[in-house]
Design a protein around this ligand. Structure first.
Ligand code: SF4
Length: 344
């Protein structure tokens, strides 16, 4: 990405995001903890190799804004653990695979999939502003999705031919990595499909790159014929502070419904207290805790898994602490099912 003075702040911040593990260690004073403090040199070299392999499979990416919310020199910081490559990622664990939620068999046109009645999902692009190590699409073949509007033409035609679809979900990657001009063009194309009524945006940018939420961006959706719904993704209360809280507040104040989906992650947000604090922070900003997802079993993410029994117990405890609307549905996505399966 070339940067000029005219480049919007969010694009500059994205271009300057951290993409190197040594820089990440350095910035958080973790170098000694992870690199130099190993007594056995053979083990140290092996670990280094395994970390390099994990990074080769899924590179490091984190924004400055998200990094600032981490505690320096704390190797168990819950935000750090979401983005830190580890040696466990290269372990091959039975039951884990490349496409845990059956994305490939749901594709009905390049870049578009349909799993559920009335809704279709567009892989708008493969880029994100952060790489979450547990991501269920960390192995997704993004190169097979259309890139330019011209390339989208055939798939949008397929969408046009399916009048049962009322809601289009912009996903990715992260659809808000598209700049306003390209997003506007895409929205225009979607608005011309008469049976579409709603546009849902699945995005982590208001959380990890809050400067992406601008008046211009919000206007694109507010002036659209389609009813917008933002579904953001935050996992821990420490994410919902400062510029992130301001950005969420801005979207809510603009009148766009905002829902949150979180993933249940071992050692990160698997206590009732953490979940209660997350839900409280969200509802105080007007964001509805929508889903708590059981981890999708993608290769490289097994070490994040929490047992469904522990998750169900936590949700029962949450019900004692929070108003009903603040308790997320605890769900698992099972390929081929007509909707998410609630765990209870
Ligand atoms: S932002 Fe979403 S799509 Fe991107 S890596 Fe994280 S979970 Fe995956």
């Amino acid at each position: 990405m070339s940067i000029s003075e005219k480049t919007p702040r969010w694009q500059q911040e994205l271009a300057n995001a951290i993409r190197n593990v040594d820089e990440l260690y350095k910035r958080l004073n973790l170098k000694e903890i992870f690199s130099d403090n190993e007594e056995c040199h053979v083990e140290k070299a092996q670990n280094k190799e395994l970390i390099s392999e994990a990074i080769r499979q899924f590179p490091v990416l984190v924004t400055e804004s998200f990094l600032k919310r981490m505690t320096p020199a704390d190797s168990s910081d819950p935000l750090l653990l979401q983005i830190l490559p580890t040696i466990q990622e290269v372990d091959k664990i039975p039951g884990f695979g490349l496409d845990p939620v059956g994305d490939s068999r749901a594709i009905f046109a390049p870049g578009i999939m349909q799993k559920y009645q009335g809704r279709a999902l567009m892989i708008t692009l493969g880029q994100c502003a952060i790489h979450c190590r547990y991501c269920f699409r960390r192995k997704f073949p993004y190169q097979q999705s259309p890139k330019s509007l011209e390339q989208w033409e055939a798939s949008l035609k397929k969408l046009q031919e399916n009048p049962s679809i009322e809601e289009i979900i912009l996903s990715g990657g992260d659809p808000l990595v598209l700049n306003d001009r390209r997003l506007g063009q895409l929205l225009e194309q979607l608005e011309s499909i008469s049976h579409l009524q709603r546009v849902r945006v699945h995005t982590r940018l208001p959380i990890v790159l809050p400067s992406r939420v601008t008046d211009e961006l919000l206007k694109l959706f507010l002036y659209s014929r389609l009813q917008p719904i933002f579904v953001v993704h935050a996992n821990h209360p420490n994410e919902i502070v400062d510029d992130c809280a301001d950005a969420l507040h801005q979207v809510v104040r603009a009148g766009i419904p905002v829902l949150n989906q979180a993933v249940l992650l071992r050692g990160i947000n698997d206590t009732t207290e953490t979940q209660a604090e997350l839900c409280n922070r969200l509802i105080n900003l007007g964001v509805i805790p929508y889903y708590l997802h059981q981890l999708d079993r993608v290769d490289g993410a097994a070490h994040f898994e929490v047992s469904p029994e522990a998750g169900i117990k936590m949700i029962e405890e949450l019900k004692q602490l929070l108003p009903g609307y603040a308790v997320p549905k605890y769900v698992r996505e099972i390929p081929g099912k007509p909707g998410k399966t609630e765990l209870k």
